[in-house]
Design a protein around this ligand. Structure first.
Ligand code: SAH
Length: 217
């Protein structure tokens, strides 16, 4: 038992000290964060740091977000269980795994093939079947499975690509870091009957969204 999940206590401490302590109360989000083994998504040499209060490298110059940021973005999506979610920036697949527990299906787009493959492998090993990973430029969204109830972008954009808001259902929500290359505002967009509404959530630092509607390489 201990050998199977020796990080259970570290994960519980992460939820208590980093997530609940900062005001996240959504019990479904907390349950998902308690359940998904974050150490399985980071390179082995960082496994012992997987539950620490900071982002970690996942290879190819990319990072897995700080646990609190994953919890915050997830809770802002207000998922009830049936939603079709689009994620841009699969990275390690950790955020996708959290979403998979809370929504109906997750479509996740990653531009770096090695990361997409490795994320797919980890998700499969954990028996997670409702995440679909694609290698493509997600700055254009993923039209094949559109429209979505929710869209989450885990890389920073210079502006919100109109392709993303166009792929959002009526009543749908989008969360995305927008701003300068190394300094952004986490923005929450909602498609209401009156049109698109925007709220600022928190200043953040994400790796850049590279691509046609992102930053140039
Ligand atoms: N959600 C991830 C962290 C993502 S880091 C996790 O849980 O681990 C941001 C990711 O966005 C990186 O993997 C990067 O390669 C990817 N990315 C950047 N620009 C992209 C684009 N245009 N389309 C798809 N993925 C992109």
């Amino acid at each position: 038992m201990a050998a199977r999940d020796s990080y259970k206590h570290a994960r519980e401490a992460m939820v208590e000290n980093q997530i609940i302590a900062r005001g996240i109360t959504d019990t479904r989000v907390l349950a998902a964060m308690r359940s998904i083994p974050r150490h399985a998504f980071v390179p082995e040499k960082f496994a012992s740091e997987a539950y620490d209060d900071h982002p970690l490298p996942v290879g190819a110059g990319q990072t897995i977000s700080q646990p609190y940021i994953v919890a915050l973005m997830t809770s802002r999506l207000l998922l009830s269980g049936k939603e079709k979610v689009l994620e841009i920036g699969t990275g390690s697949g950790y955020q996708a795994a959290i979403l998979a527990m809370l929504a109906g299906e997750v479509h996740s787009v990653e531009r770096i093939p090695e990361l997409a493959e490795s994320a797919q492998k980890t998700l499969k090993e954990l028996g997670i079947k409702n995440v679909f990973v694609y290698t493509a430029d997600g700055s254009l969204g993923w039209p094949d499975a559109a429209p979505y109830d929710r869209i989450i972008v885990t890389a920073a954009a210079p502006a919100v690509p109109k392709e993303l808001t166009e792929q959002l259902k009526q009543g749908g929500r989008l969360i995305i870091p927008v701003g300068e290359r190394w300094n952004q505002m986490l923005e929450e967009w909602e498609r209401t009957d009156a049109g698109l509404e925007k709220r600022d959530v928190l200043p953040v630092v994400f790796v850049p969204l590279l691509g046609e509607k992102g930053w140039k390489e």
